[in-house]
Each structure stands twice: as C-alpha cells, then as structure tokens.
Write a protein of this length. Structure first.
Lengths: 851, 275
C-alpha cells in the first residue's frame, strides 16, 4: 500500500486517480498527455467499461496500459502536431501598432490554405499521406510523379547521435516509399554545435561526438540503401550545443496511374494488413512521446536511451528491393504505410481511417526478444518495418515474393468498417485486448489553445573597424564553419552518385570541388527531364526576427534552385521546422506563428506551393544545475524542388573560361544582420541575453539589419532568369556559363568560390554593383542581401543577356581571368582584395578537413 | 530484345541495379536481375545467361568483410555453376562490391579460377568510404576482353570504403603474387592522375589520385586463363551517359560518349564473336 503522500500510480489504480495525481500518472508512464488530457482519457475509458462488459472482456491492467499507450501515441505532439494545428492567439508587438490575430488552426490557416488557394494543377497530393507528390514526366507510355518528404529526428539524435541520424535517413526513405514510390535521392542537413563550442557549455555529448556520429549515421544508412545523398549541408551554432538537430529529405518516383488508381479505389473491409521487414523489439519505446517534451538532464536515462531506435539498413534494402521492384511494379499493394513514430499503433490506426476500422492480431507480431508485452509490441518504433494492405486473393502471392528472398512478411490484421480499432490476441480466438473508437483516437484530442506574443528586440551592433584591404576578412569568412567546405565531412563520405542519376553533383570543376547550391538529378535514363533539388537553412537571421529570417531562407532556397536551372513554375518548397519551448513560452510560440505567417506571405508573393512539411517542437535543454532553459534558434530547413525540362541545360557554379564577363544580379543593400561577417566578429563582450539564448553572443554578433525582400518582384526576376540560364545545351549555345547564388558569406565568398572552383581568377569592380547609395566596401563584400546571384556570360552573349535581363538590377562588374588571382576594386578604384585563389580555396577547404 | 542475355546478380545489399541495367541495356543485352537466393534455391542458374554482371553495393551488409559472405556462398554452393560458366567462355564483370565478392570467391587469383584467393581488398588508406572520381590507365596487353581498344585515361567514380588491393605477402616483403599478376597480363587498370602519369608510390590520400592506396595502384584485374572475368573497384557502369561525368558542364562540353560505355560494348562484341 502506498502512503497518502505518494499516490499509487499503477495502471490498476488509474480509475481511482484524480486531479494532480493524474498528471503525475501521465508523466510517470511517459505518456506525454497535456494537462487536462489525462482526465478526458480517464472519462473515455470509463465510458467504455459497459462495452467491454458486454463483450465479456475483463478490464485489467494490461488492457488499461495498452489503451493508454495507444491513446498517448496518437495524441502526442509528434503524431497529432497539436501546437502547429492549435488555436493560437497572437499578439504582435513588433510593428508600430500592436497587431492581434487568432489562428483557428495555425498550419491550416497559413501554409495549407495558401497551397490550396494557389491551386496548382500539377500538384497531385499535398499535406496528405506521407509525402507530397507533383507531376513529373511522361516517358515510355507511363506517367510519372515525383514524391518528396522531409523529416527531422532531433530528440533521438541528441540522445544517440549515430542511431538517431541513422534511423532519420532510414525513416525518411520509408515515407515517400509509402506513397508507392521508388525512392531515388536523399538530402541530409544537420544543425550542429560548432566545433569551437567551449567545453563549459557542453552538458550532453561532446561536440565532436555529435559532428562525427551524426554524419556517420547517414553515411551508414544512405550508402547501404543505395539511395544517393545528393545534397548535404550543415549549419553550426553554439546554440545547438546540447540540442543537435538532424533533418533529412527523400525523393521518389511514382507510377502515377497506379497511385491514382489506389487513391480512387481505396481499401475494402477484409483487406489484409501485412507487416514486412524487421522484427519488433524494445528499441524506440516511447520515441514519439519523448520527443514531444523538452529535454532535461534529470530524466530517466534508461528510458531516454531506449527511445532511440537501432537501424539495420541491410534489412530495409533487402525488402525495399522486392517491395518496389516486384510488389509496386506488379501493382499488388493497395496501400502502403510506414512504421514511424508511434510504431504499429500509429501505422495501423492511421490506415484504419481508410475503411473506418481495423483489427490487429497481436500474437502474429514477431519480436526480436521474448517476453515483450502487448503494449510494447504496439508502440515499439523498431525500424525497417513497412506495412502494405493487399486484397485477400493476393496475400499468398505477395508473401511468396518475400519468402523466396528470406524476408519476413506476414499478415497481422484486417481492415474493417466497424469504426473501431481493435486489438485481438489472434484471429482464431479473438480475445479482445483493446477496443477503441477511431473517431475518438483521431478526433478526441482537445484543440490546443494558447496565447502567443511576438517582440523584436534591438540587438547590439559590432563596431566594424576594417583596413582598406579586406583579403583577411574574406579569408576568415570563407573559413568560418557555416561557409567552409563540407567535402570531407559530408560529400565524399556519402555516396551521392549511386544508381547513376546524379547529373549535377554538389561539387564540380577541374578540382572536383567547386560548390553548387543545388543538384540536378535524372531519375529515368533516356528521359531528359530531371529534378533540381536544393536545401538551405540559416540559423542566424531568425534570432533577430523570426519572420524576416524565414523570408531570407525562403528566398535563398528558391534562388539556389533557380541559378542551377530550376523552374519557379514547377517548384514546390517544403517547410521543416524546429522550435524550442512552444509549450511553455508564449514568445517562442509567437516566433513560430510569425514564421509560419512569413512563409505563407512569401508563398503568395513567389506564387509557389508547399506540398509537405514537418514540425518538431520543444527543442530546448534544461540546465540541471540552474534550471535555466537553452533554446535553439527558430530553425527552418527549406527544401525546394523543381522540374527541369532538359537536364542538359543546367548550369554549374565554377568559372569556365578566361574572358567571360561577370554579372551581378539583384541589388545589394547594407543588410548585415545575421551575416557571416557579423558571425566572425568577437561578440563575447556582449552580455544582454535574449530569452532562452544565453549564449547567442558567443557566435559573434547577430545585429539588426536582417535582409528583407520584395517577393513579387524577386519571383518575376527568377522566372526570367530561369529561362535565360536554361537557354542552350552546348557551351557555345549557352548565355550563362556559370551561376552562383549569393548566400552565406555574401558577394565576396560567392566570387571566390566561383573562381576557385574553376581554378581561374576574377577581376571585379564592386563600385559598379547595383547597390544602395553610400555603402562601404566591406558592406558590399559581405552583406547578405537577398535576391542576388553572380553569373558569368561569354562576351559574345552579353548584349543578349543584357537585353533579356534589362528590366532588373544587373551590372557587369568584371571578368574571369587566366591568372589565378581574385582581385576586387572598391570605391575610388582602391584595391580591396588581392589574393591567390588557391590560398582562398585552401582557407575554405581546411577547417573541416580531418574531422 | 537482344540475343545475348545478361544476369545482374542481385541479393541483400546489392544496390547498383538501375545503373547496371541501364549499362547493359544500352549495348543491347537482354537482362534480368538474378537473386543470389534464387541461385541457391535452384530456381535459376547463371548458365542460362551469357554475361554475369556482379554489381556493387554492400552484400549482406559487408558486416563480416567486404564481399565475404557472398564470396563464400559462391565458393561453397555455386562453384559448379561458376566453373561451367567460365569453362564455356562466358564473361563476368565484377564491379566494386561485386569485385570484392569475386575476389573472396576466388574468381580472380593469380592462378586457378575458383582457386585459393591470393589477393584481397582492404580498408582504403583514406580511412573511410569515399565517393570520388578516379582516373584509370589501361595497362593490359590484350588478355582482358572487356578493355580492348582503350587508349586514353578513363574517369570513373570510386564509391567504396574497402578498395585497397593487396596481394598475399606484399607487406611481408613477398612480391611473388603481384609479379605473377603482371607476368600473366592480369593487371588491367591502375590509378593515375588526370593526364595519365604514373603516381608516386605513397602519398597523402587527400592529394593522391589513388585514395585506396592499392599495391602499385592497381585498380582492376582479370582472370589468368581467359581474360573473361574483369574485376575493378571504380564504376564503369556509372559513366554510360556523358552527362553523368562530373565535369560535363566545363568548357569542353559533354564527351561524345560516357567513359564506361566501351567496356560494355566490348562485352557485346565478344558475345557476338565468341558465343
């Protein structure tokens, strides 16, 4: 018997608990119910007692546990996305007047509404199922779609960096695959503590462990799967010292006729739910619910580590091959559903929506170890499992396909139209172990209602004292972690070419090291159409103003895609968010609301839909000694993907030929806020903290002048630029020979990388730059104004180029030279940079070499 | 459909099937993925085909040693099939993980086909998996049927973690095997720089054009008897289309054909004249 002060929190006592004890109960069992929700669950289950009694089922501890676990999985932040779908009242104090707005459902009111309103006929599927799908190509009598999905795996990667990022890659591949896709390409983008993070800030795993293991996780999974990691990037910030973030994207090819047929015909009661692949084990128990709360050091270590899944890429590669090459090609699967967060619970009961019911025979589930309880089987997030639903007549055939290659695939349930999610012991005895209303599971969660506020603070500005010569600063910017080359940490260790579709890899040029901001991929050999994929983030600009920072990421992600041959009229963008304490801090929730609003406004301006996304809330770390919270910067990982009609028309970034003219496109403004140039300034003297960002100043300065953009005008310009860039196929037909988006590090860095990539020099005069009046040379060199690109154009094409782009801010600022020197002249004809490009290139390549 | 049939060896972890299919289809082979479990289960036989393409990947995860498990399966359970196939003059191309399997199976020794293997492929000097374009010089004097007519430097991507070719006893000072490989005209490709110059014996892998650190920079070898089995670490099947070359956007423009195509064209020519 427990004493009065310590309530009995066992499952048998659940119905006797009340008030705060119920919340304690939820926490003690890792259920992550929000305050008040546990009471609702209790009431619901109490109401079910009659139902069970009628069926002759005893309500014992096991039944209560199973019901609660399933309920917890389907209501947690990870699965239900309560915050982003919540009713949020925002009070915005950032403008001259206070603005108030209530979002009935934040995501639906913003991004989803915009995609709906933009109503692009070529978007096949948006915000449904596991991936967004757009039309891609007709080839060989078939119509193909292009599926895509982004994913984050932040909590497990913080706890087990290798396992977490390993299963991020494995998991994100299963997502588009679940839309009957043949997965062809991946991206990988961690946001990591920077290698110089002082030891006293590290309370979790050493910075180097994160850096090495997180990359190794993707290397192991992606390479073994034979899915190329076509693009990889990293952002570094000390704000991520105890909260590394791991994001991945995955893209697949869909047989559209088959996909549409399965959508139209749907599923029938009696169809068989088949589990394919790995066995169910105790790894990944409570992964989804744990990732739905913030991290602190005092929590149960054993529970936290058990929440990290163990990956086995060989398993997934083996069944994926048969699933895609046989079952999908022969159109035997009527539906496919991946086992992600929440395991069988989420997979089966999501599928149940299709017919309005499902029954599961839990004894059929094969386990990695003996003695697993039914709740463990249902919520385990063991990897390498995929479910398909097939017609009863096809079951024997499908099982034979897998068994020939020694892959485990077996039926574990049947679709029904009973309106209920039922778990039986087996199909013969049908002993009821759990029986819940589907409507309740998926619709019973009370809407999250929260207040949000938004302020913009005036941040300290660095005092910039620079000499006439900026070569030193340029070298330092190139070598800063957010600009420097990731060749040795990510590009060479990741197989980015396997299966032969990569047309424009991330690194090209005579030394195979000139960086491109997007990649071009051709999924169907013999078909000229291809994919342009880019992914971009910036963990600095959102610190000053979440909305402006998000706009900057949005614009740059699009521009990166355009300069290599992307097409804004066939482009979608993915929103992948990671925020800190949205549950407990109205200001952080305000940042999320403002971010979503900015993203949505830009969607309308650029006229580009968003077809899939992902959100990860509560990425904060509680200092075990002081109780202080450490936030990450509001983080948006923006994937852009677009269809290029002829992959042979894409353009790489390295300078091609001496004598080519260098054009700057877009206007440069003194917008230094959140720039890399401010990052390299010493900010350690600053003490004024931003709430939650105690150490933000250790990453240099953020400053105030964060760039902004007129998206309408930029969108028009990009549409034009895209046509000019993709004109011609052979070198002599091309107007634009090399193109680089101006992003991290500004114009100086872009010019240096174009020149170095081509092992040629450049002579530039930045006084000719389209720029605001009165700008200083260092501002022109390092400002990160949006909407800008550097292009090289053969002299013979210059009048044609100027004719095409004449309506926009363009200027000829120099030429590509034979001598390998980057020489830049500034105001008054003064030489501001003069350096051997190999010295600059080495500064750019060296910092992460050897990690 | 072509008259000659190519079996692309599939199995757990084999993951280059799309580029492999594209390569053999481009030169006119009728092709089929043949799963190792179907061979072991007696549902198929490599002798139903003329050309066996042992593709890349991570066979059985490479958890024991690269190519170890499948090599042992071939040696112990499929030796008769392979011996007949080779005896009939049919051809095998083993790339990357396929090369590792072929070596482990003893298909490429300085002596008998399916004999005791006297070379191995070990962890690269660069210490890690590396996806990097490498340049190959053709040094074969005519034995290998796949590489006839190659005169210039060919650039293929290496995509492996264990591509360092070592001959038995080499690091104990015994050069017998490597000498035999050259004497038998079994060495087909060596790593070189983009201009075809001989590389220094050892170097910093980041600046070396041979990140594997193979013995005498050997990248690919053929069998002793017939020259009908070619094994190499870099991927010729990944360079069929000129647009897959890293630098097709450079000033010289795309090449007229991919660097790897000739190897498959030679395979087809051989089938036409000999089978």
């Amino acid at each position: 018997m427990s004493r009065k002060s310590e309530p009995d929190l066992s499952f048998t006592n659940f119905f006797d608990l009340d008030g705060p004890d119920l919340e304690k109960f939820s926490a003690a069992h890792g259920l992550s119910f929000l305050p008040g929700e546990t009471k609702l669950v209790q009431e619901y289950l109490r109401g079910q007692m009659g139902h069970y009694r009628q069926a002759g089922t005893t309500v014992d501890a096991d039944l209560i546990e199973l019901s609660l676990e399933v309920n917890g999985q389907s209501w947690c932040e990870h699965s239900a996305h309560g915050t982003i779908n919540g009713r949020i009242h925002l009070t915005d104090y950032s403008g001259s007047t206070v603005r108030e707005h209530t979002y009935e459902s934040m995501l639906k009111d913003t991004i989803m509404a915009a995609t709906k309103k933009l109503n692009k006929p070529w978007v096949v599927m948006a915000f449904a199922d596991d991936a967004g799908i757009i039309e891609f190509a007709k080839h060989g009598g078939r119509e193909y779609g292009w599926s895509g999905k982004c994913e984050s795996h932040n909590y497990p990667s913080g706890e087990g960096p290798f396992g977490g990022s390993n299963t991020c890659t494995g998991g994100v591949i299963r997502d588009p695959e679940a839309t009957l896709s043949d997965v062809r390409a991946n991206t990988f983008i961690p946001v990591l503590p920077d290698p110089d993070t002082p030891a006293e800030m590290v309370q979790r795993k050493p910075t180097m462990v994160y850096l090495l293991e997180i990359n190794r996780g993707n290397q192991d999974y992606g390479n073994k799967m034979g899915v190329p990691t076509v693009m990889a990037a990293t952002q570094y910030s000390k704000a991520n010292a105890n909260n590394p973030l791991v994001f991945g994207g995955s893209f697949g090819l869909v047989d559209l006729e088959y996909y549409r047929k399965t959508q139209e015909e749907g599923l029938d009661p009696g169809d068989v739910f088949i589990l394919i692949g790995g066995r169910t084990g105790r790894d990944g128990i409570h992964g989804a619910t744990l990732s739905s709360v913030g991290r602190k050091a005092s929590e149960d270590r054993a529970q936290a580590v058990a929440g990290v899944q163990i990956g086995n890429p060989l398993e997934q590669q083996s069944w994926s091959y048969d699933l895609v090459e046989r079952i999908f090609k022969e159109r035997k699967a009527k539906y496919c559903q991946d086992f992600g967060g929440g395991g069988l619970s989420s997979s089966a009961f999501e599928t149940a929506k299709r017919t309005g019911g499902i029954e599961i025979y839990i004894d059929n589930v094969r386990t990695k170890e003996g003695g697993m309880t039914n709740s463990e089987k249902v919520i385990s997030e063991s990897q390498e499992r995929q479910a398909i639903v097939v017609a009863p007549d096809d079951v024997a055939y499908v099982l034979d396909v897998f068994s020939r290659h020694k892959i485990e695939a077996y039926p574990i349930g049947r679709m029904t139209d009973s309106g209920r999610a039922v778990v039986y012991n087996n199909e013969k005895d049908k002993k009821v172990l759990m029986d819940m209303d589907l409507d309740y599971l998926h619709g019973g969660k009370p809407k999250v209602e929260r207040e949000a506020t938004f302020h913009v603070k005036e941040l300290p500005e660095p005092k910039i004292e620079v000499a006439d010569d900026l070569t030193g600063q340029l070298t330092e910017v190139l070598g800063s972690f957010n600009v420097c080359s990731n060749e040795e940490t990510q590009i060479r260790p990741f197989d980015h070419q396997v299966q032969g579709g990569t047309i424009l890899p991330q690194l090209t040029g005579p030394g195979y090291d000139g960086p491109n901001d997007a990649v071009v991929y051709r999924p169907i050999p013999g078909c000229d159409k291809g994919w342009v994929i880019s992914v971009y983030t910036d963990a600095r600009k959102t610190l000053k103003h979440a909305g402006h920072g998000v706009s900057a990421i949005f614009d740059t992600a699009i521009r990166n895609n355009i300069v290599h041959g992307g097409n804004l009229d066939r482009m979608t963008i993915f929103d992948n968010w990671a925020m800190a304490n949205c549950k407990g801090d109205p200001e952080e929730l305000g940042r999320l609301a403002v971010s979503l609003q900015a993203f949505t406004d830009r969607m309308y301006e650029y006229d580009i839909p968003c077809d899939v996304g992902k959100d990860s809330m509560n990425n904060h770390w509680e200092d075990p000694n002081t109780g202080e919270l450490y936030y990450i910067a509001p983080t948006l990982i923006a994937h852009t993907r677009s269809v290029i009609d002829d992959v042979g028309t894409c353009v790489s970034s390295f300078a091609k030929r001496p004598g080519n003219l260098v054009y700057a496109v877009g206007k440069t403004k003194p917008e230094m806020g959140g720039s890399q140039f401010y990052w390299i300034q010493d900010g350690s003297g600053e003490t004024e903290p931003l709430a939650g960002w105690k150490y933000y100043h250790i990453d240099g300065y953020v400053g105030n002048g964060v760039p902004t953009i007129d998206g309408k005008r930029a969108g028009q310009m990009y549409r034009k630029l895209s046509k000019v860039i993709t004109t011609g196929r052979l070198p002599k037909e091309k107007i634009v020979r090399a193109a680089k988006s101006v992003n991290h590090g500004g114009l100086g860095a872009a010019a240096a990388l174009m020149a170095y990539g081509g092992r040629l020099g450049m002579e530039l005069d930045i006084s000719k730059l389209p720029a605001e009046e009165g700008m200083k040379d260092w501002q022109k060199m390092f400002s990160e104004s949006l909407g800008r690109a550097l292009l090289t154009v053969p002299e013979s094409m210059s009048s044609r180029f100027e004719g095409e782009m004449g309506d926009y801010d363009i200027a000829r600022i120099g030429t590509v030279t034979d001598s390998p020197y980057l020489t830049i002249y500034g105001n008054g004809g003064r030489k501001v940079v003069n350096s051997d490009i190999n010295v600059l290139g080495e500064a750019w390549k060296a910092p992460l070499r050897g990690y | 459909m072509g008259k000659y049939r190519c079996a692309i060896l599939a199995g757990p972890g084999a993951n280059c099937y799309r580029e492999s299919r594209h390569a053999v289809a481009t030169v006119g082979f009728d092709h089929k993925d043949v799963h190792i479990y179907d061979l072991l289960g007696g549902r198929d036989d490599i002798n139903n085909y003329d050309f066996l393409f042992m593709q890349g990947g991570f066979g059985f995860g490479d958890y024991v040693r690269a190519g170890g498990i499948e090599g042992a399966l071939i040696r112990r359970k499929l030796a008769d099939q392979f011996r007949k196939f080779h005896g009939d003059g049919k051809i095998i191309l083993a790339v990357c993980n396929g090369f590792q399997k072929a070596v482990q199976a003893g298909l490429l020794t300085s002596d008998d086909f399916l004999g005791e293997s006297d070379i191995t492929l070990y962890y690269n000097d660069c210490g890690d998996f590396r996806d990097y374009p490498v340049h190959l010089k053709h040094v074969n004097n005519g034995k290998c049927i796949f590489t006839r007519g190659i005169e210039d430097v060919r650039t293929f991507p290496m995509r492996n973690g264990q591509g360092k070719l070592i001959t038995k006893g080499y690091y104990q000072g015994d050069r017998t095997i490597v000498k035999k490989l050259f004497a038998n005209d079994q060495v087909v490709f060596t790593y070189t720089d983009p201009d075809g110059r001989v590389l220094e014996p050892y170097g910093d892998y980041r600046r070396s054009w041979d990140p594997t650190g193979s013995v005498l920079h050997i990248a690919g070898i053929c069998d002793k008897e017939k020259g009908t089995v070619l094994g190499l670490m870099p991927h010729p099947e990944a360079r069929i289309d000129p647009l897959t070359d890293e630098n097709w956007t450079s000033e010289r423009g795309p090449k007229s054909e991919g660097d790897g195509l000739i190897i498959f064209a030679n395979a087809m020519d051989y089938c036409k004249s000999e089978l």
